[in-house]
Design a protein around this ligand. Structure first.
Ligand code: SAM
Ligand code: SF4
Length: 330
């Protein structure tokens, strides 16, 4: 296998591929109620273009791919595209992040193709609170999706964004799931990437605060050995089948081992989540770049990666609005 490194000697292994910015939910921490100024079809990468860039990256050393968005299942023909990605010889793991509102048959299909893991976004176990947060009444569907993922034995992670005055009462209930289910429940710090949905205030519920809160109820929480490039700090209640994690998405204490790059739905390469904009691989490709040209361009961009998310944020024009996680590819 090729090994690919950035200018800070960090290996790059992981591509997060945003296949659409559209979504059937309207989580208020992600996008405004009216949605976003959606791109038209031509502005978004075609599946052929995504597959080409993914193949080239996989030949360079990226062997893990996560499909994300927006809501990936909102894009037509997603499953046949995922099959093509998994069939690429150098891709070892394919995962997806979804809001869990797609038909349950998608789980059977993903299992058949050998999906590595499914991350399900679920911020609350209370249907009313779910409707308030997502601005859609779809809790029952998402809960059924969760149950089916477990029934089919798919490696499942729940992502919950923790928001003051919204869902902090759900933290312990979500932790309780790990006592009976083989699930990894991960609490994410809220980030400013809400596409102008709301003003962003400094967060009190950072990963340390969340952890302290959990430890009051589960003092026997033990720290696990995390994978070297893990985005979360992980814990387990003794003998529980599941695990509990905290993701320092805003504190950015994990940048030193970050192995991730992103391709946004419109084909921008982002080498950091906090980067403003990104190089348009779409335009480069459409101007006729060969595979060799594309490889060279990737290497050029990987050689100029910022050290961390704070450095990236500093490079942002002051006053420019934060994008939505849906346009970045969360
Ligand atoms: N629609 C899919 C979903 O919700 O799982 C995939 C895309 S969504 C943008 C990916 C992840 O980003 C979700 O787990 C969501 O909770 C998270 N996210 C979105 N906006 C966020 C924000 N402002 N801060 C922290 N996490 C956020
Ligand atoms: Fe949609 Fe996911 Fe954003 Fe919620 S977090 S609005 S489900 S893209």
């Amino acid at each position: 296998m090729n090994l690919l490194y950035d200018n800070h000697s960090r290996p790059l292994r992981y591509l997060r591929l945003g296949v659409t910015e559209r979504c059937n939910l309207r989580c208020f921490y992600c996008m405004p109620e009216e949605g976003l100024p959606w791109q038209n079809k031509e502005q978004i990468l075609s599946y052929e273009e995504m597959l080409r860039l993914t193949r080239i990256l996989s030949e360079m050393g990226i062997d893990k791919v996560r499909i994300t968005g927006g809501e990936p299942f909102v894009r037509k023909d997603l499953l046949p595209f995922m099959q093509k990605v998994i069939d690429l010889p150098c891709v070892n793991k394919l995962s997806i992040t979804t809001n869990g509102t797609a038909p349950l048959s998608t789980i059977t299909e993903m299992k058949r193709m050998g999906i590595h893991a499914v991350n399900l976004s679920l911020d609350t176990l209370d249907p009313k609170r779910f409707a308030k947060i997502t601005r859609r009444d779809e809790f029952d569907k998402v809960w059924a999706y969760y149950q089916e993922l477990l029934n089919q034995g798919i490696t499942t992670k729940i992502n919950a964004v923790v928001m003051e005055n919204q869902n902090v009462d759900d933290i312990l209930g979500l932790c309780q799931l790990t006592l009976k289910d083989k699930v990894s429940v991960r609490f994410i710090e809220e980030m400013p990437f809400n596409g102008g949905s709301k003003a962003y205030q400094a967060i009190r519920w950072n990963y340390k605060y969340i952890l302290g809160h959990i430890q009051k109820t589960f003092p026997q929480l033990t720290k696990m050995v995390d994978h070297s490039s893990s985005t979360s700090y992980n814990y387990r209640v003794a003998d529980a089948p599941g695990t509990i994690g905290v993701i320092p998405a805003y504190s950015r204490s994990i940048c030193a081992t970050c192995d991730r790059i992103r391709l946004t739905p419109k084909g921008e390469l982002k080498t950091c989540l906090y980067q403003n904009g990104g190089f348009s691989m779409r335009d480069f490709m459409r101007e006729g770049a060969s595979d060799e040209n594309i490889k060279d361009k990737f290497l050029f961009l990987f050689g100029r990666r910022t050290r961390n998310g704070f450095e990236s944020e500093k490079q942002k024009d002051s006053g420019s609005a934060f994008e939505s996680m849906a346009t970045i590819g969360g």
